[in-house]
Design a binder for this molecule. Sequence first.
Ligand code: NDP
Ligand code: 2IT
Length: 444
Amino acid sequence: MGYLETVIADVNKKYAHQPEFLQAVKEVFESLEPVISKNEEFYKKEAILERIVEPDRQIMFRVPWVDDEGNVRVNTGYRVQFNNSIGPYKGGIRLHPSVNLSIMKFLGFEQTFKNSLTGLPMGGAKGGCDFDPKGKSDREIMAFCQSFMTELCKYIGADTDVPAGDIGTGAREIGYMFGQYKRIRGLFEGVLTGKGLSYGGSLARTEATGYGLLYMTNELFRCHNNTLEGKTVVISGSGNVAIYAAEKAQQFGAKVVTMSDSTGWVYDKDGIDLSAVKEIKEVKRGRISEYKNYRPTAEYHEGRGVWTVKCDIALPCATQNELLIDDAKALVANGVTAVCEGANMPTTIEATKYLQANGVWFVPGKAANAGGVATSGLEMSQNSERLSWTFEEVDAKLQGIMVNIYHNIDNAAKKYGFEGNYVIGANIAGFEKVVNAMIAHGAC
Ligand code: NDP
Ligand code: 2IT
């Protein structure tokens, strides 16, 4: 067995109970074969793969909080600080009942390569809690966030680790967490990104992941002598990433016909009415089924199903492993041209391979959704210089970063003889920068 296979086998054995983490490792490591095989002895001697696959540290803690009936409730909080070779740890906080160490580790591992691709100095981390924000009152959310930060604040800081939003964590939660950090540590500093505009947040951060996904998709089409104008787009999810992906897709002249949540999905043949979705999700915090109240001609279906709708472009923007092999087959049978991942690892490895084998342009999340963390990096820069840039300035930088990522991953794929394979390109391009820094720092 070669070095790469040996490390994959060891990780599979050691972390057999962490399926999402193993999936992320397999996808990245298999892509690295062309790089590792060129200089196997060197990577082996330096134990690069063993080092890059093991987080710097994994923090787990109790999160007690009091509900509206006066009962004490307890959740498990996490911060996995994966790799800080190229900058302070950076990555979101996920609040969802499914959160566990496997999911935290897969997200922190992916984040390390994603942050490298942005070209900004940010290491990789992820945090979260198995707390379910659904159905909680505003006071309960605040009580939870304060308790979560009471412990987390010991491990983070503007120059050490800078968390941000992810599933279940938006501007409201970041506000409560920032307030608690400031109160306990006595520091007003850029310790979180995705902050409100009145206390150091960046314009365009809310829109950044979705907009960035479409800037990437647009560049992909442009480089294939094609455009987004008139294309039919299916989107899953109806949260932060999905909403602003839909908004930018519409601005590019495409027609978005689906959105979903964990209960069901809507199909609107006339094109999704985004003001309705924003009101349901951002104002009322309601369910996507309510969309029919705004657009009676639209269809609502329980369960999953957006990938059965005929489209040119599919944008999974909800969660991991939401696009399975049968979905990939349905998309190909319906003539899809491109799949670009807004979520982290939404497509299974089997589905990814099927799409690629059938000529679909496939851009993985660590490249396609990097606009969110890139704009978090821009928020950190603004906080450091104690200035705020205009929406246009931030948006222009975001566009530049996404176009640059596209060309970097495209070139890396070409350099190693895998033209058009953006999975290989993204993994190699992300890996090379992190490894250069790791080597420079010696055995640590
Ligand atoms: P939100 O919480 O704003 O929205 C998540 C959406 O996905 C909701 O519609 C939610 O439905 C749905 N969803 C979540 N979990 C599941 C599930 N298990 N099954 C079905 N549907 C589900 O999160 P974001 O939009 O911020 O995040 C979406 C994805 O994008 C995640 O993978 C995240 O890691 C990734 N991402 C986010 C970035 C950001 O800046 N926010 C940056 C880069 C990537 P429901 O409300 O019913 O749960
Ligand atoms: O997955 C991600 O890149 C995010 N949730 C955003 C992280 C960040 O620090 O902005």
